[in-house]
Design a protein around this ligand. Structure first.
Ligand SMILES: [Zn+2]
Ligand SMILES: [Zn+2]
Length: 187
């Protein structure tokens, strides 16, 4: 996604406000393709600080992922703040940077800095990274998701299986072992 910054390029302190919806870029999460199920809602301001173009704002969307416990499709809302600096580079400098990075086709610079040429800023990789950073470490359909029974494979949120009778309180598990031992020794 590219934005035109021509109106603020020549004037230090000038800014542009954006409030828009755009299609979610394709994302890869743990080698799997994931997609947003809502458009990206972007609210941000671009400011010409004199040294760089400063982007500040917020991104919101929602993704459909898989619950880590019960493996059911789960909607995960994403809301992340955006704060990035973009520095102007000449096309030739940019090519040199990419060459130095070892891969001329690698659009994502290893540097922390973002670069732009001409009068447009490309937000694609910033948006992608922000969405991925905004995802929770553990995806759960519900904080108390009961998960899948490790014995019969049933989704315990939907159906209580019989295996639960055997699935005793972990605080008593030690006792069970002791009883088992005692029984075996008694033989
Ligand atoms: Zn779940
Ligand atoms: Zn079961």
């Amino acid at each position: 996604m590219k934005v035109n910054i021509a109106p603020i390029m020549e004037q230090k302190g000038a800014s542009l406000d954006f409030n828009l919806e755009t299609k979610c870029p394709p994302l890869e999460l743990q080698q799997q393709e994931v997609t947003c199920i809502e458009p990206l809602r972007l609210t941000f301001t671009l400011t010409n600080t004199g040294e760089c173009i400063l982007l500040q704002g917020r991104l919101e969307t929602a993704l459909q992922l898989t619950c880590d416990r019960c493996l059911q499709p789960t909607v995960v809302p994403v809301a992340v703040p955006l704060s990035e600096e973009f520095y102007r580079a000449k096309e030739s400098e940019l090519n040199a940077k990419r060459a130095a990075a070892g891969d001329p086709f690698n659009e994502e610079d290893d540097d922390q800095d973002n670069w732009y040429t001409g009068d447009t800023i490309d937000l694609s990789s910033i948006l992608k990274d922000s969405i991925l950073l905004g995802l929770p470490m553990k995806v759960l359909c519900h904080p108390e998701c009961a998960g899948i029974c490790h014995i019969c494979g049933k989704n315990r949120n939907e159906d209580k299986c019989q295996c639960e009778i055997d699935d005793i309180d972990p605080r008593l598990a030690g006792l069970k072992e002791l009883l088992k031992d005692a029984k075996e020794k008694g033989r």
